[in-house]
Ligand binder design. Structure first.
Ligand SMILES: [Zn+2]
Length: 263
């Protein structure tokens, strides 16, 4: 069976949890390893960003159990903890970098906790480790601003500026974006297209089918509280809610849809 819809996972920090904020935005190294190995055991396979985009454009087929892994912001903990796990499975991921914040703190986040490595943003040397492992490097803006609050010049600086920064750094084409805070509107998407981006990821949950809006691609938010089981349900349901109740509701809706006579 080939994929009719592909879910995309969104991670932020991989590191120990010390606050309520962490429980939402941080996945512990042990939980991340368990999540990925659990998915692999159940037949899921991570695809590459280029494979995903080719699939969207009907240039290739992908197996039904394909999914895409993305990391926003570029925390150092991703290099330390996610890279070895994914490499061990023969998988790679995509990291959306904040081009002018590399090597520093994620000062836009209401984060708290010990100022350890996992809360720092990766520097160029760390980014190279990901690139060497086949990861895709794409844009999350220059300074992690809310794009809907910027004037034309500010928006262009974030969009074209980050593309230029990252292309110079990586020597690769940068033409995919993840909106900081997931924030975008019609003005933003118009400017994103004009700045030369071919795709952009939102934080709206759901599946991506081939008719998906390329500038509002959907992603599933992985929480620090997700277990391998809830994560698998999220992928199966295309929902941020991986509870058993949500799974039962989904099944019931499908049964009723089948029973309902065609109008
Ligand atoms: Zn972000």
């Amino acid at each position: 069976m080939t994929a009719q819809r592909i879910p995309v996972l969104m991670y932020h920090r991989i590191g120990e949890q010390t606050s309520g904020w962490d429980r939402h935005y941080s996945v512990t190294p042990a939980a991340f390893a368990a999540q990925m190995r659990g998915l692999a055991r159940h037949g899921y396979r991570a695809c590459t960003l280029s494979g995903f985009l080719d699939w969207l454009d009907e240039r290739t087929e992908l197996p039904e159990s394909s999914f895409l892994i993305t990391f926003d912001d570029g925390f150092s903990g991703v290099v330390d903890h996610a890279l070895p796990v994914l490499s061990g499975l023969g998988w790679s991921a995509t990291v959306f970098m904040v081009s002018r914040r590399m090597g520093g703190p994620a000062d836009w986040a209401r984060t708290s906790g010990p100022d350890d490595r996992s809360r720092r943003l990766m520097d160029e040397a760390e980014l190279r480790l990901l690139m060497n492992a086949g990861w895709a490097v794409q844009s999350h803006g220059r300074h992690h601003r809310d794009f809907t609050q910027l004037d034309e010049g500010g928006l262009d600086d974030e969009l074209s500026g980050s593309r230029g920064d990252l292309a110079a750094l990586t020597g690769r084409v940068v033409d995919v974006l993840a909106y900081p805070f997931g924030r975008h509107d019609d003005t933003v998407t118009t400017r994103v297209r004009q700045a030369g981006y071919r795709a952009a990821f939102s934080v709206q949950p759901g599946f991506n089918r081939r008719d998906a809006d390329r500038l509002a691609l959907r992603r599933l938010d992985v929480f620090g509280t997700d277990t391998p089981t809830t994560l698998r349900r999220k992928l199966a349901l295309g929902s941020n809610d991986g509870s058993l109740v949500q799974q039962l509701r989904y099944r019931a809706r499908r049964v009723f849809a089948r029973l309902r006579p065609a109008a």
